[in-house]
Design a protein. Structure first.
Length: 460
């Protein structure tokens, strides 16, 4: 079927760019609208305040982006993004247990969010029929007289001039601040039910010069937050021979931004390599702080009425706790889903998309929220299944100090390659039962598996 019609995408960040890529195969014209004046290179911008923070593209997200943009991985490599073996080149401390490292085919790129966004934006801007319009704010939706179909958007330019743009499909990728709930209410639609999990996360990222011998020659480190210790830390490589270090605190815990305070904060983590890096490395930028109050999931798939010609994607649909690094990968999976659904020409796109997107989100949401529910201070219902899985995964982490197959199984789930249920498969469960320690302990650095001292989990 030849391309026809116009689609509008609200927001030209990662989610919007991926949506535009999916739409470009079906619509003759795709218009991305963004409030910012977009940079001409890889630079942070006002409309993406989290852009200065450490970002991780999970292994599954890397696969999908390579499918949508063939050769993107090679381009990122040429632009200085190092490839990382997530199991063999990263120090992992999960719940205080140091994972046994092993070579793997589970690879990711170390890069800043601005570099990835710039590379994807260049690819999208070069697509036939795609146009990126900057410094324009979307103020509402237009619709047919009976409000059963969205027909476009109302806009306001930087000089205050109002306008409108018609479209056959409007896709909201406006992030956590999405105004679709308000706009849909103006058209007479009930709001989607929301699931909210308050986590009170604050995280601070700073970049440092990457030099030989740091992190004992590896490329990453992670120590996750756990009950009684709501602090975490991640080190990941980036382009420009840099390491990005992110310190995080949950439930109101506040990482400092001064050199001495950051090093002291890192010294409380079970991964000594992070504190050592902060004590000795040369800063390559100023620290940036970000707050994230709650994970929010909007259940549009449960609405009985929803207008044709409108979709919601990315963080506007589900905003995950950023500690687990799932947002960009889920946005890529949603774009892949949209691309598939658009090949069918019917008027039930929104219903089909929201229902299948819910299934895409279910796995990452269960990982993120289930992990957060380990903390008794997080107010939410805990089913018997959630309690069992959390206890089981803790035993898996203990057993993974000696069994690399368990570490590999965990990383495949964490990177959204395998579904969470795969960790309960009989062959995995048997290894957990055989190898788990009876009580959680912090493995002394350098002694758990005969390796040099190591730090923890980068792909979260």
């Amino acid at each position: 079927m030849p391309a026809a019609g116009r689609a509008i995408v609200i927001g030209a960040s990662i989610g919007g760019l991926l949506a535009a890529r999916a739409l470009s195969e079906t619509y003759a014209e795709v218009v991305l609208l963004d409030r910012d004046r977009l940079p001409t290179g890889p630079a942070a911008r006002r409309g993406v305040p989290q852009g200065r923070q450490l970002h991780v593209l999970l292994a599954r997200g890397r696969e999908v982006l390579e499918e949508l943009f063939p050769g993107l991985g090679a381009e990122l490599s040429r632009r200085g993004a190092p490839a990382v073996d997530l199991h063999g080149e990263v120090h992992w401390y999960n719940d205080g247990h140091r994972m046994h490292r092993a070579p793997s085919t589970l690879h990711a790129f170390g890069m800043s969010r601005p570099l990835l966004e710039d590379a994807v934006r260049e690819r999208v801007a070069a697509l036939a029929g795609v146009r990126i319009v900057t410094e324009v704010e979307v103020t509402g939706l237009t619709a047919t007289d009976d409000h059963r179909r969205v027909t476009g958007v109302r806009t306001r330019l930087g000089d205050g001039a109002a306008g409108a743009l018609t479209a056959d499909l409007v896709v909201d990728t406006g992030g956590r601040a999405s105004r679709s709930p308000l706009w849909l209410a103006e058209l007479g639609y009930r709001p989607a039910a929301e699931e909210r999990v308050d986590v009170g996360v604050t995280y601070v990222t700073r970049s440092y010069r990457r030099e030989p011998g740091q992190l004992e020659g590896l490329l990453g480190a992670l120590a996750n937050a756990m009950p009684g210790q709501p602090r975490g830390g991640i080190v990941a490589p980036q382009e420009g021979d840099r390491f990005a270090v992110a310190l995080s605190g949950m439930l109101g815990e506040q990482p400092p931004t001064d050199d001495r305070g950051m090093a002291a904060f890192a010294a409380t983590l079970p991964a000594p390599q992070i504190a050592e890096l902060l004590r000795t490395a040369t800063p390559a930028g100023e620290p940036a702080r970000m707050r994230f109050p709650a994970s929010v999931r909007r259940r549009y798939e449960r609405l009985r009425r929803f207008p044709a010609g409108h979709l919601v994607m990315g963080d506007a649909l589900c905003s995950f706790n950023p500690i687990y690094g799932q947002g960009m990968t889920v946005a890529a999976l949603e774009a892949q889903l949209l691309r598939t659904l658009l090949r069918r020409d019917d008027d039930r796109l929104s219903r089909r998309f929201f229902r299948r997107a819910a299934r895409v989100i279910d796995g990452p949401w269960s990982i993120s929220v289930g992990t957060d529910l380990r903390f008794p201070e997080v107010a939410a219902q805990r089913t018997l299944a959630v309690r069992f899985v959390n206890a089981y995964v803790n035993r898996l982490h203990a057993a993974a100090t000696a069994d690399p197959a368990l570490g590999a199984a965990f990383l495949r789930v964490l990177n959204l390659i395998d579904p969470p249920a795969r960790l309960l498969a009989p062959r995995v469960a048997l290894r957990v039962l055989r190898g788990a320690r009876p009580s959680p302990t912090v493995a002394p650095a350098g002694k758990a598996d005969g390796q040099r001292p190591s730090a923890s989990s980068m792909a979260r």
